[in-house]
Design a protein around this ligand. Sequence first.
Ligand code: CLR
Length: 425
Amino acid sequence: VCLQYSSSLQTTLPAPMFSRNDFSVWGFLKKCIGMELSKITMPIVFNEPLSFLQRITEYMEHTYLIHKACTLSDSIERMQLVAAFAISAVASQWDRTGKPFNPLLGETFELTRDEEGYRMISEQVSHHPPISAFYTESLNQDFSFHGSIYPKLKFWGKSVEAEPKGTMTLELSKHREAYTWTNPMCCVHNVILGKLWIEQYGTVEIVNHSTGDKCVLNFKPCGMFGKELHRVEGHIQDKSKKKHQVIYGKWTECVYSIEPKVYEVNKKAEKKSGGDSKKHKQVQSEQSTGGDDADEMPDVQETVTMIPGTPNDLSWVTACHAYSHFNFFFLDSLEPGMIGVIAPTDCRLRPDIRAMENGDIDTASQEKERLEEKQRAARRERAKDEEEWSARWFQQGNNRYTGAADWIYKGGYFDRRYSDLPDIY
Ligand code: CLR
């Protein structure tokens, strides 16, 4: 099965992208050493005209993989598709080094995709720490996908590491199944000098809570020779720990699923023939925290080679981000029919993002400052009245399957009764 993806890429932009080359991130950041990163207001030139709520909505880019999973009767086969979805969810992050706008407390983003058969609502439910909660439901009640993200950022000198704390939960109603996992780490290299680039790494464990099946995925760090750049490898096991499938590929490109035996035989054969590790040039002799040089992104190696005997192609073709930081969700920006329909807290209505989209950087910057000040004033007011902020569409609770702290959708957003929403713009 080849699962092709084609996206409705927009073809025109309101304003051309300006060059960031005249601005040094470091020139700014060196004044901030020792400060907590979430409290630093970065100059707007490093931003992309999207809210973080929109950026995490990109998890939904390859929803057809979930629809496909719903149609399969075998749980191991379903896990293959769920794994492909979990990997594809972070695929759009490749080469996306613009900083999205921090959502204001109470900000929302809704996305209805009739053709892809789902709708999603997200809300900024906490400001310190910043937490974004989201809930997606399929229009035919086949699945729901929900969770929250608290991007815990660490400044390591040359790089910024983001740990996306929060559980992803996927429920397939027909199969009475729930899958949970946590997204891999994300590292933005060369914030001081050199070209920014993104790496994602770490172990992602997808658990099927009904069957006890597990998929353990290893997003590999690129390593000294860059050989592992973008690589993902893992396996699917059942509750008795029997290995059923090996998953391999690249998160930027595609993944395949193969029988463990065939995979092992092939690996051994490759080792015997000497492998090819020596022909890759050494990227960087020092680890990312030491040294004064930039950590250049290793050259992208050849595309994923399909091991003979691989029957299941779980590939997706990543939407091509031809328009620098403008991605395909931008299409949904603000159509005339939406005004008065979407909630007044929707980030499409944020004046600073809108100004930046139109290429008016000065207005964007002034508006951003005004909104942040308005947010601070509202917080002072609440403190004075000893009032607690409560999220509108989500409530704090525990994940039904893992017990971990989570944000649960209260429902009702799409009834569109928006009378009691805060005035945040
Ligand atoms: C990656 C996918 C994860 C969730 C997540 C959390 C934090 C995000 C990260 C994603 C993408 C990159 C990101 C980061 C926070 C800051 C960083 C947006 C969405 C930007 C690129 C940092 C810019 C740094 C400046 C110094 C230019 O599941």
